[in-house]
Design a protein around this ligand. Sequence first.
Ligand SMILES: *Cc1c(COP(=O)(O)O)cnc(C)c1O
Length: 457
Amino acid sequence: MKEREIPYKIYLEENEMPTKWYNVRADMKNKPAPLLNPATLEPMTAKELGVVFCDELVAQELNETDAYIDIPTEIRDFYKMYRPSPLVRAYCLEKKLDTPAKIYYKFEGNNTSGSHKLNSAIAQAYYAKQQGLKGVTTETGAGQWGTALSMACSYFDLDCKVYMVKVSYEQKPFRREVMRTYGASVTPSPSMTTEVGKKILSDHPGTGGSLGCAISEAVEVATKTEGYRYVLGSVLNQVLLHQSVIGLEAKAALDKYGIEPDVIIGCAGGGSNLGGLISPFMGEKLRGEKDYQFIAVEPASCPSFTRGKYAYDFCDTGMVCPLAKMYTLGSGFIPSPNHAGGLRYHGMSSTLSQLYDDGLMEARSVEQTSVFEAAEQFARVEGILPAPESSHAIRVTLDEALKCKETGEEKTIVFGLTGTGYFDMVAYEKFHNGEMVDYVPTDADLAQGFAGLPKVQ
Ligand SMILES: *Cc1c(COP(=O)(O)O)cnc(C)c1O
């Protein structure tokens, strides 16, 4: 096909959208390690998980045999309001970089929550409603997940209680108000509304909170309130499953024009967008049909893949959640307060951790000023103001495209543009004022987090 016959934006028709999610675990020889009960160190049973999560989501969490799982019609109808999302050929960026590389990005920022998180929020809210629940609880850091979940809950008329990391609650009032617009109640965490919150506050008075604290509070409220369950926006297998809609659509769009990517790049916080984007391609690699280079990009200030340990760890600070085997910096690790670019969770999806440990994907860490440089370069030519998280993937895409310029290779690169950055302008402001600093934890800093790892084989 002649180059220019590929449009700037490749859209699928509504009837070309996926009707099933793809579960990459079905094709993995080495399955991700199971969640463990922190008291007995035995794998969590469906019954035990059912105290915290909705039944159908527990089934998805534990399902490592079915490669395809139907997307219920109600969820597909909601998806149709903002999907299929475009796969964009970054012609302008290529021209600006003067690279022979061909760059595509899958843009997930075209909905009010501004990120891919809505893909799983709507699924989780649907299953909660199906089970006849009254509501759900969750945590949110900067607020993207809380925003997505509050939209999903209002659609299905469910109550939504969000524990928001206190510093963000105070510094990011706009996201908080979007959540309240959609009817969610938002509590700054740690709070006096939970036992674990009270304990954290008495141990660390004046703390600004962390995602790990907020998770503990949200789980406590869910398990103690009749008709409520807890939902999580990343890390879990079920979330990667829902996010596979990104990769399935991207693959269908590429296939439509006979395009074969060489490199697939995504940012990694808890791993949900990256896992979702690469899943169908990884499936081909696992089945020996094709080969691709996959690159996870994380902040140098929170380097779970590149400097973490592959070990069982707590998912939260209060240690109320099951243990997960993952690349982790330890549940006590808190990134530098100067870190502005998101992706600050201490652990990583156990599915991606296993794939990484098996050498099936790579990881790179990047410093935040270089991330914002890349964000700005991208915004100026492609017209979209990217989220700082997404800009980690942009950074490595630029690096790869510039390498192609040196070698003359015409690689095809696909990256995940997970969202827009309009609520992150304080971080952009710091960058423009030259006040942004790079912080890379020392080995001694990391050793403190590792010291808190539970002693599990
Ligand atoms: C939450 C978020 C991420 C990181 O989460 P993952 O689970 O690793 O995908 C990336 N980009 C945006 C815009 C986000 O909101």
